[in-house]
Design a protein around this ligand. Structure first.
Ligand code: SAH
Length: 229
């Protein structure tokens, strides 16, 4: 589906944020320049093409917005690498979800990509300041995302079960409470591991059990407990 975005001149960009620069990132994701392989789902590539990543980071870093790299967003956190965002989105789309819960809103970029591929998005962030900025950006782009300031390790039970769950911060093991909010037929993707190394795991809940697969080595900030203002 074609995402509907409010594209102000600022969102359209110019120079290092122009459509040509963004298209180069999309080509890179498709070609599989990344060791984890290419992104083949055109819905995901189209979302990366239209969502203005430069508006999700500080202006001083905008010239690097369309590099395939994570970038700082303050509070010791990062906006995820585009390849990782695309790969997680592609993984959950394979189960044809309608709803998705994201844990770790951060900049709001992953939430925007999930909304742009047509999902109903719920997202939880523990740092209030990051969440306020993310909400503002998503609103300016006209993206309909529901968000909550909370410790996302408890999920968001009121709106569950979810067809998909995307965790964007790493824990030593999968969080049981989140698996409990996954619908039958649903899929959860999450980075698991510590500072020594993490792997992106994909868990699919089937009627007769759970199937778990490893997707790629990754590097995420840690999933932490409690909330900050
Ligand atoms: N999806 C984000 C990635 C941000 S980095 C993006 O696209 O920009 C991971 C985020 O997870 C950080 O903002 C961090 O504050 C948040 N986080 C870490 N532990 C959390 C928890 N227990 N609950 C909710 N958010 C958490």
């Amino acid at each position: 589906m074609t995402p509907r975005l409010r594209l102000s001149p600022e969102a359209v960009g110019s120079g290092m944020t122009s459509q040509r620069v963004r298209d180069r990132l999309v080509d890179r994701l498709r070609d599989g320049a990344h060791s984890g392989g290419g992104i083949g789902d055109e819905r995901v590539l189209n979302a990366v093409r239209v969502v203005p990543r430069h508006l999700f980071i500080d202006e001083a870093l905008a010239s690097r917005a369309y590099e395939d790299t994570a970038l700082p967003i303050g509070h010791g956190q990062t906006i995820s690498q585009p390849w990782v965002v695309a790969r997680m989105t592609e993984a959950v789309l394979q189960v044809a979800p309608k709803t998705v819960l994201e844990v770790g809103t951060g900049s709001g970029y992953q939430a925007a990509i999930l909304a742009a591929v047509g999902l109903e998005v719920f997202t939880v962030e523990r740092i209030g300041d990051l969440l306020r900025q993310a909400r503002k950006r998503l609103r300016q782009l006209g993206m309909n995302v529901r968000s909550k300031h909370d410790d996302g390790r408890i999920g968001w039970p009121e709106h569950g079960p979810y067809d998909a769950i995307v965790v964007t911060a790493a824990a030593p093991a999968l969080v049981e409470a989140l698996i409990g909010q996954l619908a039958v037929g649903g899929r959860l993707v999450a980075p698991v591991g510590g500072p020594g190394g993490q792997v992106l795991l994909q868990l699919t809940r089937q009627a007769d059990g759970i199937v778990q697969e490893e997707l790629a080595p990754v590097s995420f900030v840690p999933l932490l407990s409690g909330m900050l203002d």
